[in-house]
Design a binder for this molecule. Structure first.
Ligand code: SF4
Length: 269
Protein backbone atom coordinates (compact mmCIF):
# COMPACT_ATOMS: atom_id res chain seq x y z
CA UNK A 1 0.00 0.00 0.00
CA UNK A 2 1.41 3.38 -0.83
CA UNK A 3 0.69 6.01 1.77
CA UNK A 4 1.57 9.63 1.57
CA UNK A 5 2.35 11.45 4.79
CA UNK A 6 0.39 14.67 5.06
CA UNK A 7 2.25 16.98 7.35
CA UNK A 8 -0.88 18.69 8.62
CA UNK A 9 -3.12 15.65 8.77
CA UNK A 10 -5.43 15.94 11.76
CA UNK A 11 -7.81 13.52 13.28
CA UNK A 12 -10.16 15.74 15.17
CA UNK A 13 -13.13 14.27 16.97
CA UNK A 14 -15.46 15.76 19.54
CA UNK A 15 -16.90 13.29 22.02
CA UNK A 16 -20.61 13.83 22.65
CA UNK A 17 -21.93 11.52 25.38
CA UNK A 18 -25.17 9.70 24.66
CA UNK A 19 -27.24 6.97 26.29
CA UNK A 20 -28.14 5.57 22.88
CA UNK A 21 -26.43 2.58 21.35
CA UNK A 22 -23.92 3.30 18.60
CA UNK A 23 -24.45 1.46 15.32
CA UNK A 24 -21.38 1.48 13.08
CA UNK A 25 -21.94 0.14 9.55
CA UNK A 26 -18.76 -1.72 8.62
CA UNK A 27 -17.57 -2.66 5.15
CA UNK A 28 -14.15 -3.96 6.14
CA UNK A 29 -12.65 -0.82 4.62
CA UNK A 30 -10.42 1.73 6.29
CA UNK A 31 -13.07 4.42 6.78
CA UNK A 32 -15.63 2.33 8.62
CA UNK A 33 -12.88 0.60 10.60
CA UNK A 34 -11.48 3.96 11.74
CA UNK A 35 -15.04 4.96 12.68
CA UNK A 36 -15.56 1.78 14.67
CA UNK A 37 -12.30 2.40 16.52
CA UNK A 38 -13.47 5.92 17.42
CA UNK A 39 -16.63 4.40 18.88
CA UNK A 40 -14.59 1.85 20.84
CA UNK A 41 -12.40 4.62 22.22
CA UNK A 42 -15.36 6.59 23.54
CA UNK A 43 -18.08 4.12 24.51
CA UNK A 44 -18.47 0.89 26.38
CA UNK A 45 -18.31 -1.91 23.86
CA UNK A 46 -21.66 -3.24 25.13
CA UNK A 47 -23.24 -0.19 23.49
CA UNK A 48 -21.58 -0.65 20.10
CA UNK A 49 -23.17 -2.57 17.22
CA UNK A 50 -20.96 -3.11 14.15
CA UNK A 51 -23.28 -3.88 11.24
CA UNK A 52 -22.41 -5.16 7.79
CA UNK A 53 -24.73 -4.54 4.84
CA UNK A 54 -24.23 -8.01 3.49
CA UNK A 55 -24.39 -8.71 -0.24
CA UNK A 56 -22.64 -12.07 -0.24
CA UNK A 57 -20.45 -10.49 -2.94
CA UNK A 58 -17.50 -9.45 -0.74
CA UNK A 59 -14.00 -10.82 -1.01
CA UNK A 60 -13.19 -13.66 1.44
CA UNK A 61 -10.42 -11.46 2.83
CA UNK A 62 -13.07 -9.00 3.93
CA UNK A 63 -14.97 -11.71 5.79
CA UNK A 64 -11.64 -12.73 7.36
CA UNK A 65 -11.10 -9.14 8.40
CA UNK A 66 -14.49 -9.20 10.11
CA UNK A 67 -13.31 -12.27 12.06
CA UNK A 68 -10.24 -10.27 13.03
CA UNK A 69 -12.39 -7.35 14.22
CA UNK A 70 -14.59 -9.71 16.22
CA UNK A 71 -11.56 -11.33 17.85
CA UNK A 72 -10.08 -7.95 18.73
CA UNK A 73 -13.25 -6.44 20.11
CA UNK A 74 -15.16 -9.41 21.47
CA UNK A 75 -18.19 -7.92 19.69
CA UNK A 76 -20.17 -9.96 17.20
CA UNK A 77 -20.69 -8.18 13.89
CA UNK A 78 -24.31 -8.17 12.78
CA UNK A 79 -25.27 -8.80 9.17
CA UNK A 80 -28.29 -7.60 7.22
CA UNK A 81 -29.92 -10.37 5.24
CA UNK A 82 -32.97 -11.76 3.55
CA UNK A 83 -33.68 -15.47 3.41
CA UNK A 84 -35.22 -15.11 -0.04
CA UNK A 85 -32.08 -13.76 -1.74
CA UNK A 86 -29.05 -14.56 0.43
CA UNK A 87 -26.56 -13.16 -2.10
CA UNK A 88 -26.47 -10.55 -4.80
CA UNK A 89 -26.25 -13.25 -7.45
CA UNK A 90 -29.50 -14.80 -6.20
CA UNK A 91 -31.17 -11.42 -6.54
CA UNK A 92 -29.71 -10.71 -9.97
CA UNK A 93 -30.97 -14.14 -11.10
CA UNK A 94 -34.43 -13.18 -9.85
CA UNK A 95 -34.29 -9.89 -11.78
CA UNK A 96 -33.09 -11.57 -14.96
CA UNK A 97 -35.82 -14.17 -14.69
CA UNK A 98 -38.28 -11.26 -14.67
CA UNK A 99 -36.92 -9.85 -17.89
CA UNK A 100 -34.66 -7.22 -16.28
CA UNK A 101 -30.97 -6.72 -17.02
CA UNK A 102 -27.91 -6.73 -14.82
CA UNK A 103 -27.71 -3.76 -12.42
CA UNK A 104 -26.65 -0.51 -14.05
CA UNK A 105 -26.74 3.23 -13.47
CA UNK A 106 -30.45 3.57 -14.24
CA UNK A 107 -31.43 0.40 -12.36
CA UNK A 108 -29.34 0.15 -9.21
CA UNK A 109 -31.47 -2.55 -7.74
CA UNK A 110 -28.44 -4.06 -5.98
CA UNK A 111 -28.11 -0.93 -3.83
CA UNK A 112 -31.83 -0.68 -3.32
CA UNK A 113 -32.18 -4.25 -2.15
CA UNK A 114 -29.01 -4.82 -0.17
CA UNK A 115 -28.21 -1.37 1.13
CA UNK A 116 -31.66 0.06 1.69
CA UNK A 117 -34.42 -2.56 1.97
CA UNK A 118 -32.40 -5.12 3.92
CA UNK A 119 -31.20 -2.37 6.23
CA UNK A 120 -34.76 -1.22 6.86
CA UNK A 121 -35.68 -4.81 7.71
CA UNK A 122 -32.74 -5.08 10.08
CA UNK A 123 -33.80 -1.90 11.90
CA UNK A 124 -37.34 -3.20 12.12
CA UNK A 125 -36.38 -6.72 13.27
CA UNK A 126 -34.12 -5.27 15.96
CA UNK A 127 -36.62 -2.98 17.61
CA UNK A 128 -35.56 0.37 16.12
CA UNK A 129 -39.06 0.97 14.76
CA UNK A 130 -40.38 0.64 18.34
CA UNK A 131 -38.39 2.29 21.07
CA UNK A 132 -34.79 1.12 20.86
CA UNK A 133 -32.53 4.17 20.46
CA UNK A 134 -29.30 4.50 18.53
CA UNK A 135 -26.94 6.84 16.82
CA UNK A 136 -25.70 5.52 13.52
CA UNK A 137 -22.09 6.49 12.77
CA UNK A 138 -21.39 6.59 9.07
CA UNK A 139 -17.75 6.41 8.04
CA UNK A 140 -18.20 8.70 5.06
CA UNK A 141 -15.45 11.16 4.13
CA UNK A 142 -16.27 14.19 2.02
CA UNK A 143 -12.95 14.18 0.18
CA UNK A 144 -13.52 10.70 -1.19
CA UNK A 145 -15.19 11.82 -4.37
CA UNK A 146 -16.62 14.89 -6.04
CA UNK A 147 -20.16 13.59 -5.41
CA UNK A 148 -19.48 13.13 -1.74
CA UNK A 149 -17.90 16.54 -1.45
CA UNK A 150 -20.97 18.02 -3.08
CA UNK A 151 -23.41 16.11 -0.95
CA UNK A 152 -21.62 15.98 2.40
CA UNK A 153 -18.98 18.72 2.17
CA UNK A 154 -20.79 21.12 4.50
CA UNK A 155 -21.43 18.62 7.25
CA UNK A 156 -19.81 19.06 10.63
CA UNK A 157 -18.44 15.93 12.30
CA UNK A 158 -19.91 17.03 15.65
CA UNK A 159 -23.46 17.47 14.31
CA UNK A 160 -26.15 14.92 15.04
CA UNK A 161 -28.60 14.62 12.15
CA UNK A 162 -32.09 13.32 11.82
CA UNK A 163 -32.03 10.09 9.82
CA UNK A 164 -34.58 11.36 7.34
CA UNK A 165 -32.71 14.61 6.75
CA UNK A 166 -30.07 12.51 5.04
CA UNK A 167 -32.14 9.53 3.84
CA UNK A 168 -35.65 10.90 3.32
CA UNK A 169 -37.18 7.62 2.20
CA UNK A 170 -36.76 5.95 5.59
CA UNK A 171 -39.88 5.69 7.75
CA UNK A 172 -40.78 8.24 10.40
CA UNK A 173 -40.76 5.58 13.14
CA UNK A 174 -37.07 5.09 12.51
CA UNK A 175 -36.42 8.80 12.59
CA UNK A 176 -37.76 8.99 16.14
CA UNK A 177 -35.20 6.48 17.39
CA UNK A 178 -32.13 6.61 15.21
CA UNK A 179 -30.02 9.67 14.49
CA UNK A 180 -26.94 9.98 12.30
CA UNK A 181 -23.45 11.19 12.85
CA UNK A 182 -20.52 11.52 10.41
CA UNK A 183 -17.55 11.34 12.79
CA UNK A 184 -14.79 11.27 10.16
CA UNK A 185 -16.39 13.43 7.49
CA UNK A 186 -13.33 15.71 7.36
CA UNK A 187 -10.64 13.05 7.72
CA UNK A 188 -8.26 12.08 4.94
CA UNK A 189 -7.42 8.62 3.66
CA UNK A 190 -4.14 8.88 5.52
CA UNK A 191 -5.93 9.79 8.78
CA UNK A 192 -7.97 6.60 8.57
CA UNK A 193 -5.01 4.30 7.94
CA UNK A 194 -3.06 6.08 10.67
CA UNK A 195 -5.89 5.78 13.17
CA UNK A 196 -6.14 2.05 12.57
CA UNK A 197 -2.40 1.65 12.93
CA UNK A 198 -2.18 3.79 16.07
CA UNK A 199 -4.86 1.62 17.66
CA UNK A 200 -2.65 -1.40 17.01
CA UNK A 201 -4.87 -2.94 14.35
CA UNK A 202 -4.10 -4.14 10.85
CA UNK A 203 -6.06 -2.84 7.89
CA UNK A 204 -7.83 -5.15 5.44
CA UNK A 205 -5.09 -6.86 3.42
CA UNK A 206 -6.95 -6.12 0.16
CA UNK A 207 -5.39 -2.65 0.29
CA UNK A 208 -1.96 -4.24 0.09
CA UNK A 209 -2.99 -5.92 -3.16
CA UNK A 210 -3.83 -2.64 -4.84
CA UNK A 211 -7.52 -2.26 -3.95
CA UNK A 212 -8.43 1.32 -3.20
CA UNK A 213 -11.89 0.44 -1.97
CA UNK A 214 -13.41 -2.47 -0.11
CA UNK A 215 -16.92 -3.71 -0.71
CA UNK A 216 -18.61 -5.64 -3.49
CA UNK A 217 -15.88 -7.51 -5.37
CA UNK A 218 -16.12 -6.08 -7.87
CA UNK A 219 -18.74 -3.35 -7.72
CA UNK A 220 -20.81 -4.01 -10.83
CA UNK A 221 -21.17 -0.28 -11.39
CA UNK A 222 -17.44 0.46 -11.21
CA UNK A 223 -15.52 1.40 -14.33
CA UNK A 224 -14.55 -1.30 -16.80
CA UNK A 225 -10.90 -0.80 -15.84
CA UNK A 226 -11.57 -1.32 -12.15
CA UNK A 227 -13.85 -4.30 -12.66
CA UNK A 228 -11.39 -5.91 -15.05
CA UNK A 229 -8.60 -5.54 -12.50
CA UNK A 230 -10.67 -7.30 -9.86
CA UNK A 231 -12.14 -9.93 -12.20
CA UNK A 232 -8.57 -10.77 -13.20
CA UNK A 233 -7.59 -11.89 -9.71
CA UNK A 234 -8.03 -15.46 -8.58
CA UNK A 235 -11.13 -14.67 -6.56
CA UNK A 236 -12.35 -12.35 -9.31
CA UNK A 237 -12.34 -15.29 -11.74
CA UNK A 238 -14.59 -17.15 -9.32
CA UNK A 239 -16.94 -14.14 -9.28
CA UNK A 240 -16.81 -13.74 -13.05
CA UNK A 241 -18.00 -17.32 -13.48
CA UNK A 242 -21.26 -16.43 -11.71
CA UNK A 243 -21.78 -13.60 -14.19
CA UNK A 244 -20.89 -15.78 -17.20
CA UNK A 245 -23.25 -18.51 -16.00
CA UNK A 246 -26.07 -15.99 -15.67
CA UNK A 247 -25.34 -14.62 -19.16
CA UNK A 248 -25.60 -18.14 -20.52
CA UNK A 249 -28.70 -19.06 -18.52
CA UNK A 250 -30.69 -15.97 -19.52
CA UNK A 251 -29.04 -14.95 -22.80
CA UNK A 252 -28.39 -11.46 -21.44
CA UNK A 253 -25.03 -9.79 -21.98
CA UNK A 254 -23.21 -8.27 -19.01
CA UNK A 255 -21.95 -4.80 -20.00
CA UNK A 256 -19.17 -2.82 -18.39
CA UNK A 257 -18.73 0.88 -19.07
CA UNK A 258 -15.59 2.99 -19.25
CA UNK A 259 -16.92 5.44 -16.69
CA UNK A 260 -17.70 4.54 -13.11
CA UNK A 261 -21.49 4.58 -12.90
CA UNK A 262 -21.50 5.48 -9.23
CA UNK A 263 -20.92 2.83 -6.58
CA UNK A 264 -23.16 2.94 -3.55
CA UNK A 265 -22.87 6.03 -1.42
CA UNK A 266 -23.46 4.02 1.69
CA UNK A 267 -21.96 0.67 0.91
CA UNK A 268 -18.60 2.04 0.11
CA UNK A 269 -17.80 3.21 3.62
S1 SF4 B 1 -21.16 -1.60 -4.35
FE1 SF4 B 1 -21.79 -1.66 -6.49
S2 SF4 B 1 -22.46 -3.78 -6.90
FE2 SF4 B 1 -22.41 -3.46 -4.67
S3 SF4 B 1 -24.51 -2.94 -4.15
FE3 SF4 B 1 -23.34 -1.02 -4.44
S4 SF4 B 1 -23.65 -0.43 -6.61
FE4 SF4 B 1 -24.27 -2.59 -6.36
Amino acid sequence: MSQQKFEFAQRTFKHIPTDSEIIVPVSGGKDSTATLILALQHFDKKKIIPLHYNTGWDHPKTYKYFDYIEQNTGIEIQYTKTDEYPTMIDYIRHQLSNGKGFPHRMARYCTRKFKRDNLKSWFKDNGFYKNRKAQCWLGIRSDESYQRKKRYGDLDSAEIHSYRDVFPDYPKMLDRNVSLRFPIIDWSTYDCFEHIRDYGWKHNSLYDEGSNRVGCYPCLLASKKKQTEEFNTEFGQHQLKFIKDLEKEFGVKYEMYDEDQGSCEICNI
